[in-house]
Ligand binder design. Sequence first.
Ligand SMILES: Nc1ncnc2c1ncn2[C@@H]1O[C@H](COP(=O)(O)OP(=O)(O)OP(=O)(O)O)[C@@H](O)[C@H]1O
Length: 242
Amino acid sequence: MAPPDNDVLWARSLHCALSGSDALSGVSLGVREGEILALVGPRGSGKTTLMRCLSGQLLAQQGEVWFNSSPVHTLGPAERERLRRDRFGWIDPEPGLVPELTGWENTALPLLLRGISHKAAKTAALEWLERLDIGVCARKRPHALTQSQRQRIAIARALVATPSVLFADEPTATLHRADGAQVLRTLTAAARSHGITVLLATHDAEVAALADRTVALLDGRRVGTVPPASGAEGVAACSLSV
Ligand SMILES: Nc1ncnc2c1ncn2[C@@H]1O[C@H](COP(=O)(O)OP(=O)(O)OP(=O)(O)O)[C@@H](O)[C@H]1O
């Protein structure tokens, strides 16, 4: 069965067991182009596993994943790797920067890996660092930066190649509340202004409130779609110019 035309990502009946236990038990999901979708659920509910399956990092034992009307579940490892590199961005709870590289070099990595010239990659990286209010970090190495600055660099790195889909796994979990909220507003505003679809895994209702739609997971199953706790945040984020 082919996915609906307006879904950028579409998954049907994903079953995924990890080390013998069911991480996903028949999850189906459609994500519309440009949408910011929050995946919510308590720890261990399957959010990360679902995002890993949707992004081609992990193959579910059963079920289908489609990206823009092309099957992902039938691709070989090299093709899935290329898809991830060329079309997707990923943010982990921890920034995972290369310690030997400066802020702009860390940010530019996805472009340099695609073979884009050093000069063009640096220009794009510096632009994203400015947009995320960390232009001053461009020439510093990670050890000289705060946790918030490092995570903003990880976000800039995920956005620099303007991915079709950005997967953000608890992107502000290690930040203080106010700082995390600011970082998330910047991230969602940047995604909206560049038409980037975002999947945002979180167990925080305030974070989910920034999304257009929320999908809830529990024990590897969808337990219903709930509206954001506060309807105004997503609209407010649109008006920020990032
Ligand atoms: N590499 C792994 N090996 C074995 N089991 C795993 C692995 N990764 C996840 N699991 C298990 O799969 C289930 C789903 O985990 P997952 O990390 O997807 O949930 P989550 O909702 O993202 O949780 P969290 O909020 O803690 O990140 C859990 O029971 C977890 O223990």
